[in-house]
Design a protein around this ligand. Structure first.
Ligand SMILES: Nc1nc2c(ncn2[C@@H]2O[C@H](COP(=O)(O)OP(=O)(O)OP(=O)(O)O)[C@@H](O)[C@H]2O)c(=O)[nH]1
Length: 518
């Protein structure tokens, strides 16, 4: 009995222990499952974070997720966990290499940006800081993204700056050439006095570094000044034509008045002639039947009185006619003389204009158009008489240095002084023109080959001896000269080309010399 009671109590104790153990096991299982759930969640996040970076890693993580959802197969996943760990390590190394590459390429890009000229100063500073910042390594891609954003920001501000500069064009050599040509062109055109200051300022602007916009404006200004001049010339010609028209109408009126007067006088004269004839006829008839001398005398006196009266009227008529004619002649003479005055002024203006068109405004020497006329004339003379004829081209040496060192207006004055020196060193039969820029052309007839070098060297020495003083500095300006004599069957332009080639040689043989083409 006692045994059975002891067995019963032992059994209940065992049951109790079993229960406690089951509860403990359940709690352990629950805890394990919780941990596995957390691990599964972690693997889920990891898969998402790594997705797309490495296909093998993606697959391994998917497999792991599968094992972990089925708690019974967790044990089988242990070797896979090791593989995933290795793959993750590899991936980390791979990412670090990539980040280093990206850092290097960002540094390259930033060096390129630093070369852009138009970067605003503020942005330049930021770029420098950014460049320094790039020397530190990147740890994650997250470090990389803000850098890229910053870089895009730099590009944006550079772009903005360039857009803000609007349509500013880059000044190319062809623009400088255009500016130079325009400056030369306006030196050759005669502008009105009130336009000259503007033209002078324009020339200054054109000879400095000019923006494309200002060059276009300069062309516009020159065109509008020229159009203005043409409009003025046109209105002057119109005024002259109106005056001519008025004068012609006045003359026509005078002529038609005097024609009408003439017609009237003609009729009156015809009538008077008839009257006189009748009077003369009457005299004959009136005295036929008169015997008595006394009566005859009185009748004749009577008839003669009426003839005299008719003749008197005729004379008065003729006098009036003369007076009218004189008056109309006088009116016509006045009209014609005012017209001829007008025509003379117009002619003088045309003549002045023609003269100005042939003069270089800066140096007052004949210009290129005048040179061409003169060359033609000298060529015709040469063809007729076959006397020697020389063409020489003189060019100031290093003239650009004068402009660059002392300014364009000093350059202009130098040109004027040298032009005068050239003109004064030649005889009246010789000719010098400003060909353009700092180049002059001399036409020298009737000098033989033995004397030409001496003549031209005298000209060269004359220029060299001018005591120029700029900014208190004594400057010697020299010229190089090339010359050629016209030969049989040659056009004068070909002689010019040979002289120009000789000048080129003189320039290359250290300048300040005369070279004659032989
Ligand atoms: N002041 C001024 N300068 C002019 C005028 N016309 C041309 N020039 C300048 O003359 C200079 C000519 O320069 P280059 O053709 O290089 O010749 P350079 O300096 O004389 O040199 P070399 O001829 O080789 O000895 C340029 O700077 C022109 O701008 C002008 O009317 N006035």
């Amino acid at each position: 009995m006692k045994d059975s009671m002891a067995n019963t109590s032992q059994l209940s104790l065992l049951k109790q222990k079993l229960h406690t153990a089951r509860v403990a096991l359940d709690s352990i299982n629950e805890d394990r499952n919780d941990k596995l759930k957390i691990l599964l969640q972690f693997i889920g996040h990891l898969s998402l974070a790594c997705k797309g970076q490495n296909l093998e890693l993606d697959n391994k993580l998917a497999k792991l997720r599968h094992h972990f959802t089925n708690f019974e197969t967790v044990e089988e996943s242990l070797p896979e966990l090791v593989e995933v760990e290795q793959l993750l390590k590899q991936q980390y190394n791979h990412v670090m290499v990539q980040l280093e590459d990206s850092r290097a390429s960002l540094s390259r890009v930033i060096r390129q940006i630093q070369r852009v000229q138009s970067v605003p100063d503020k942005v330049k500073k930021e770029i420098n800081y950014f460049k320094k910042d790039l020397t530190k390594p990147f740890h994650t891609f997250w470090d990389y993204i803000p850098k890229i954003e910053k870089l895009v920001g730099f590009y944006e501000s550079i772009l903005e700056e360039q857009l803000a500069q609007g349509d500013k064009f880059v000044v190319l050599p062809k623009h400088r050439q255009l500016a130079h040509e325009l400056a030369q062109m306006i030196s050759e055109i005669e502008f009105r006095k009130d336009q000259r200051d503007r033209i002078f300022a324009l020339k200054e602007e054109l000879s400095n570094d000019i923006e494309v916009d200002s060059l276009i404006e300069a062309y516009q200004t020159v065109l509008s000044l020229l159009l203005d001049n043409i409009a003025r010339d046109k209105s002057a010609s119109q005024e002259f034509l109106f005056a001519l028209n008025d004068a012609l109408s006045a003359v026509r009126e005078v002529v038609s008045d005097s024609y009408n007067d003439n017609q009237r006088s003609f009729q009156l004269k015809k009538q008077l002639n008839r009257e006189i004839n009748t009077c003369v006829d009457n005299v004959g008839e009136a005295i036929i039947d008169i015997d008595d001398i006394h009566s005859l005398k009185s009748r004749v006196t009577e008839q003669l009185a009426s003839i005299r009266a008719a003749l008197g009227r005729k004379e008065a008529l003729e006098e009036r006619e003369q007076a009218l004619l004189r008056k109309s002649m006088e009116a016509m003479r006045k009209e014609l003389s005012s017209l001829s005055k007008e025509a003379n002024t117009f002619k003088e203006r045309l003549f002045e204009q023609q003269k100005l068109n042939l003069l270089d405004t800066l140096t007052q020497l004949p210009n290129r158009a005048a040179l061409e006329e003169r060359m033609e004339l000298e060529f015709r003379n040469y063809q007729r008489h076959k006397q020697p004829l020389w063409v020489a081209v003189a060019d100031i040496d290093h003239f650009k240095t004068i402009n660059d060192s002392f300014g364009h207006s000093t350059g202009d004055k130098t040109l004027q002084v040298i032009a005068m020196a050239l003109k004064n060193s030649l005889r009246d039969t010789e000719f010098v023109a400003r060909y353009g820029g700092e180049e002059f052309v001399l036409i020298i007839p009737d000098v033989n080959a033995t004397d030409i070098a001496q003549l031209l060297n005298r000209v060269r020495e004359k220029v060299k001896s001018i005591p120029f003083k700029f900014k208190n500095q004594r400057i010697t300006v020299t010229v190089s000269i090339g010359a050629a004599q016209i030969i049989n069957n040659e056009l004068i332009n070909e002689t010019f080309d040979r002289a120009d080639a000789a000048l080129y040689r003189a320039k290359h043989e250290s300048r300040d010399r005369v070279i004659i083409d032989v």
